[in-house]
Write a new protein. Structure first.
Length: 320
């Protein structure tokens, strides 16, 4: 009888001690990671929500690094790194996005802390992750940062599903007048504080490249492309001129006094049509051919002349 009472008392005492320790006889305790590093706090909660040691992150491979920017912390795992701060919470960064984040200085660099986990399943197997100061986009060709006004312009085109596609470079900053640009799969976005952000692409981008981009005679774009013009053409306005393109004439720059006269003639919609070549200068004079006219600017007198006769047009250019 005494033996039964003793066994019952021992079982009760054992149960009481386990309950006080936060464990239960009715359900097993969480598995302990087979690692010499402990995981706790907000980082631990994120780790367990991702499956703990049996999830995508696997085992911890470093201690927690605390005392980071804004009082944050991070910890490395086999499958990625968790970053935590009071304002942003805990989020996982891994793979190509983690490599890019590292190259930018982690949380102390350009981007700050992550605002969410990776969003995958994008076009062509891509992924994106949001940070305090921008976004990282990844495709099999690499990871790139997009931010600020260029990101807003890209957003207006439909991000990676739109006309520009994915970024293929990071932002080029500290350009002329403090501007910036970024190259995408199907075009380039140029930004300055004076002109805003605008897309340049296709044959117009090719002509803009020939002139030296923002450092050349045209400066920055001040509009996006105007498409579906006469004969399926397109045009774009820059700080110091315009570029006009059609299938039959290719892309050509028009500027200065000749552009002013072209505007008076209603651009490509008028009798002049599209430019057929770039401006040619001889002394103080300037010449430019269009589908319907040869424009001659007499710089010495500040006057225009439109040469309309085809035979004289050919003779004129053959003697320049």
């Amino acid at each position: 009888m005494l033996r039964v009472v003793w066994k019952s008392s021992l079982a009760f005492l054992t149960a009481l001690l386990l309950t006080c320790a936060g464990l239960s006889l009715m359900s097993p305790a969480r598995p302990v990671a087979a690692s010499s590093y402990s995981v706790g706090g907000g980082i631990g909660e994120k780790w367990w929500s991702a499956g703990g040691p049996n999830g995508s992150l696997g085992q911890p491979v470093s201690p927690e690094f605390d005392g980071l920017r804004d009082g944050g912390a991070s910890q490395m795992f086999q499958g990625g790194t968790i970053f935590w701060s009071w304002p942003t919470g805990s989020h996982i960064v891994r793979g190509g996005l983690l490599g890019k984040f590292q190259s930018l200085g982690f949380e102390s660099g350009t981007l700050g802390y992550p605002l969410g986990d990776e969003i995958d399943g994008l076009r062509n197997g891509g992924a994106v992750q949001m940070f305090q100061a921008g976004k990282l986009y990844w495709t099999p060709t690499g990871a790139h940062l997009v931010r600020g006004a260029i990101d807003s312009k890209w957003s207006s085109t439909g991000w990676e599903n739109g006309s520009l596609g994915y970024p293929i470079t990071d932002e080029f900053s500290n350009l002329r007048d403090g501007g910036a640009s970024q190259i995408f799969e199907r075009g380039t976005v140029f930004w300055s504080g004076w002109t805003g952000a605008h897309v340049v692409r296709g044959a117009i981008l090719g002509k803009y490249s020939d002139t030296g981009f923002e450092n050349g005679i045209l400066g920055y774009p001040t509009t996006d492309e105007f498409s579906n013009l006469r004969d399926g053409g397109a045009s774009q306005v820059f700080q110091s001129g315009g570029v006009y393109w059609s299938w039959s004439t290719a892309a050509h720059m028009v500027r200065g006094a000749i552009l002013a006269d072209y505007e008076r003639d209603n651009f490509e919609e008028g009798p002049d049509g599209y430019p057929t070549g770039d401006e040619y200068q001889r002394g103080a004079d300037a010449y430019q051919g269009f589908q319907g006219v040869l424009k001659h600017w007499y710089g010495q007198w500040g006057q225009y002349a439109d040469v309309l006769n085809d035979s004289y047009y050919d003779y004129y250019f053959s003697h320049l």
